[in-house]
Write a protein that binds this ligand. Structure first.
Ligand SMILES: Cc1cc2nc3c(=O)[nH]c(=O)nc-3n(C[C@H](O)[C@H](O)[C@H](O)COP(=O)(O)OP(=O)(O)OC[C@H]3O[C@@H](n4cnc5c(N)ncnc54)[C@H](O)[C@@H]3O)c2cc1C
Length: 441
């Protein structure tokens, strides 16, 4: 391909935010190279969304396939920016703008004693594991028989579904600092395992917390709020018992002599009103839950080692954006220097970790692409030769770089394998196996 005049953008991360951003940029005429850590694209749409939502996931893959087949968009998988190539390398390669859509790859910690014990995990590791993302797919998680999940959102519901239906553990506890009215999961997600709720224990739990609900919160209504979500729940056939522990805040994880979890100490809370929302306050008492595994499902944070400054759990953005879209700032920012980082933009869960569903990440990516486009209009177009650029990148990265053609080949091999094994889906569990299937190892 000969040199063309145009704008050259690197999108880092091929989750929904990055993919829809790439489409938006390409539709405006920019040339886009997508760099992705994983061999396959999709991010959490591929490796986060529960594995048996086959129809939903295939629908998203179809859209992603269309995007990745668009002229002017190049996909390069198996490249971790920050490790295999730095942001400066990308600038040196001629990219005029860098859009970071790497999601929230870091983990949040509560900094309580015992967080490093065997049997303590973070939700993302587990969802990556059961969705076959290397290296988590190969990791042996020491899930015991009695598991506490900290958090009561949809991710908790996914993990509980896996523990109830696949692992068939004895007991699962969902632990919340607030009460039944404040649970964050959707009815549909709860319905997948709600039949396993221990109803006697639930009655006792409401009785235990009823005097500590926020003023005006009716215990009977609180009970019905949860039970009302069970109407369409189907039997799971699993013996697992599911229980809630409300108004309970993790205080310490207790370990045995082998360094394995043997209990979770929870501080009792009571709810008070703060404006329209409730806030938990400690009562000064605590109790120990008899569990051997603790899974944190409290949201994520971005990777602190990526190479961009953080603000709280996200990459910092310019508080006074030069290229706002719908009032939102997408420009990366250095809070120490009090300056935007020239030409670098962030979107999706990298900008706002754990924020909602694919549709929200998509919208965020599209808006960020508009911000990038505004920025590009301040620069002259450059000479772009995508084929030569890909060759240069391949030569610079000391491992196989995976193209979109190769991803399609891999998907075809996996589909054939699924058919052969009579499975709804098959995924290779390691990068080595994927590379071998492609004849690259
Ligand atoms: C457990 C779970 C279940 C969910 N279920 C649903 C659901 O049922 N329905 C729904 O609509 N939404 C669901 N979501 C939400 C949805 O997955 C997210 O909204 C969306 O994927 C976020 O998109 P993103 O592009 O910002 O980040 P991600 O999807 O996380 O994509 C980030 C991409 O960046 C890449 N990357 C990371 N670091 C680097 C690096 N250094 N260099 C290069 N590439 C890098 C990763 O490989 C990945 O491809 C779920 C989320 C979770 C966690």
């Amino acid at each position: 391909m000969a040199n063309e005049q145009g704008y050259l953008v690197a999108v880092i991360g091929a989750g929904p935010a990055g993919l829809y951003a790439a489409r938006e940029l390409a539709s405006k005429g920019a040339k886009v190279v997508i760099f992705n850590r994983d061999i396959k694209p999709g991010g959490l749409a591929e490796y986060g969304i529960y594995y048996d939502k086959y129809k939903m996931k295939e629908g998203l893959r179809k859209q992603f396939r269309r995007i990745l087949s668009t002229p002017g968009i190049v996909y390069l998988g198996h490249i971790t920016v920050g490790q295999d190539l730095t942001l400066d390398d990308l600038r040196d390669l001629g990219f005029q703008a860098l859009l970071v859509t790497t999601g929230a790859q870091g983990t949040k910690r509560l900094n309580i004693p015992g967080e490093d014990l065997t049997g303590v995990y973070h939700a993302k590791e587990i969802v990556y594991h059961y969705n076959h993302l290397p290296p988590y797919s190969q990791q042996d998680f020491a899930i015991g028989r009695k598991v506490a999940i900290i958090g009561v959102g949809n991710v908790m519901a996914d993990i509980a579904t896996w523990l109830v239906k696949d692992k068939r553990v004895d007991e699962v506890y969902a632990v919340a600092r607030r009460g039944p009215f404040e649970v964050k999961f959707d009815k549909k997600e709860f319905a997948r395992f709600a039949r396993n709720l221990d109803l006697d224990d639930f009655e006792r739990e409401i009785e235990r917390i009823k005097d500590r609900l926020a003023p005006g919160q009716d215990p009977e209504a609180a009970k019905q709020h949860i039970l009302g979500m069970m109407a369409k729940a189907k039997e799971t056939g699993s013996p697992t018992v599911f229980r809630f522990r409300f108004l309970s805040s993790p205080k310490a994880i207790l370990g045995d002599e082998q360094g394995r979890v043997k209990g979770l100490e929870l501080a009792d809370t009571r709810l008070v009103w703060k404006g329209e929302r409730t806030r938990p306050e400690y009562t000064g008492t605590s109790y120990v839950l008899d569990v051997d595994t603790v899974i944190f499902s409290i949201g994520d944070r971005v990777d602190p080692n990526f190479g961009l400054p953080l603000e709280w759990n996200a990459y910092a953005t310019n508080p006074e954006p030069r290229f706002p879209v719908d009032g939102i700032s997408y420009e990366a920012y250095d809070p120490d220097q009090k300056q935007p980082i020239e030409g670098v933009f962030v979107a999706g869960w990298a900008r706002n970790p754990s924020d909602g569903l694919v549709g929200i990440a998509r919208k965020d990516g599209e808006r960020a692409a508009q911000a990038v486009w505004q920025y590009l209009q301040t620069l002259p177009p450059t000479a772009v030769n995508l084929d030569a650029l890909v060759d240069t990148i391949q030569a610079k990265v000391s491992k196989p770089v995976i193209t979109w053609e190769q991803v399609q080949k891999l998907e075809a091999i996996e589909r054939a394998e699924a058919e052969k094994r009579g499975l709804p889906e098959f995924k290779f569990d390691s990068n080595a196996a994927m590379l071998a299937a492609l004849g690259l190892a």
